[in-house]
Design a protein around this ligand. Sequence first.
Ligand code: ADP
Ligand code: ADP
Ligand code: MG
Length: 471
Amino acid sequence: MLKKVLIANRGEIAVRIVRACAEMGIRSVAIYTEPDRYALHVKRADEAYSLGEDPLSGYLDPLRIVNLALETGCDAIHPGYGFLSENAEFARLCEQKGITFVGPKSSVIHKMGDKTQARDSMRAAGVPITPGSEGNLANLEEALALASEIGYPIMIKATSGGGGRGIRRCDSAQELTQQYPRVISEATKAFGSAEVFMEKCIVNPRHIEVQILADSQGNVVHLYERDCSIQRRNQKLIEIAPSPQLTPEQRNYIGGLAVKAAEAVGYENAGTVEFLLSGNQVYFMEMNTRVQVEHTITEQITGVDIVREQLRIASGLPLSYRQEDISYRGFALQFRINAEDPKNDFLPSFGRISHYYAPGGPGVRVDTAIYTGYEIPPFYDSMCLKLVVWALTWEEVVARGQRALDDMRLHGIKTTANYYKQILQHEDFRNASFNTSFVPEHPELLNYSDKKHPSEIALALAAAIAAHAGW
Ligand code: ADP
Ligand code: ADP
Ligand code: MG
């Protein structure tokens, strides 16, 4: 078993990994840059090392991180999500220097990180993919010719894209002509690669993704699916497990496809295979070769600790579960509470958290790195808290989500929490009938009032907390 792990990340996911290490008797090492000096992952890890003044470069410096891991006697690096997690060069450097990378082999990261190569692998393995280009697009002329063959609408996507960026829908040749250079420039800026490809746009699809686990002995299992159709600009807002919109047959079929996809590329560790579902048609979209933001909801319905499994797999141990051992119970929802102002085009709202009171009670889980008095730095992702709720039925989990969002107090910054309450009240959401167009089709849900809680309620709450805490 691994003895000491360097966590090459920050925020809630770094804290999540520290927690898994603590439960497994593994020592944890945090890294941070100066704006993160007072971050929770730094306080909570067994050891922490500064990687300089610059807010970002320390988290993105493969050589420095690997060397630090060696110097501090770590046997592994967990990359979390974002940052270097899908950087094949980083994984390769770990392999070369004899440090275990908690994830798949660098060659597999490379192959799946390139969306056109991933499509090739899936085509070869017999996993259905969206119709589209057979590789990257050479120029606009080729794009226009292919689009008229496939039929509009089409999507232009960055080949090494992620995080919902570098994707544009085009409904006509005119739009394609306009958008083509924009995607290229966005891809170059965000991902350092100008490569783009084309997919047919699947209209009003559901985003269904499957969590898989694979060990070094070649065993692969899936942990059922998540429905991430509640998105804004291709970014997930609320995630659900299992999907309330699948039949048992569809569930088994998609789970099986994900296992087939993982087996086809010799996958190892935790990963997610993302699909689009339209009617009964399933299309492979991409594979994320890392722990995912929304792994939490799968943990809640299956009871499997995914980060623990990641560390066991990286230690060379076989999976703790066979497919037939894995069942799921109830429903879980995850709300990505972002430091953003929904009423102002989701503009980031960084700053000091003047007051934070965590929601609690039955079936509530919070993964965050914030605390009262914490100042959210402006340099990183705006997601500041993941609120996860679980209940036995769909009806109950929606009510519990509403209640937990009401419970939470997060003052000093604007967040997406109140917007989510509106979504939960919508009958299409309640009837479990939605697709990726839900958010753009319901701009009226942004017309809520950010009502301030009357001071009596705040005082009563403070008194209740104080009474409980025995102050
Ligand atoms: P998930 O698929 O786990 O839901 P997201 O797409 O929300 O993940 O991405 C999680 C984090 O990783 C975000 O901060 C996002 O910006 C970042 N990220 C994801 N993919 C990439 C990529 N290819 N390049 C850079 N950052 C990425
Ligand atoms: P990322 O790597 O940024 O996560 P994805 O390829 O997973 O990019 O796509 C992100 C989202 O964009 C999907 O969840 C879906 O809502 C939308 N999308 C992507 N490709 C298509 C497509 N071909 N048709 C319709 N929607 C798509
Ligand atoms: Mg994706």
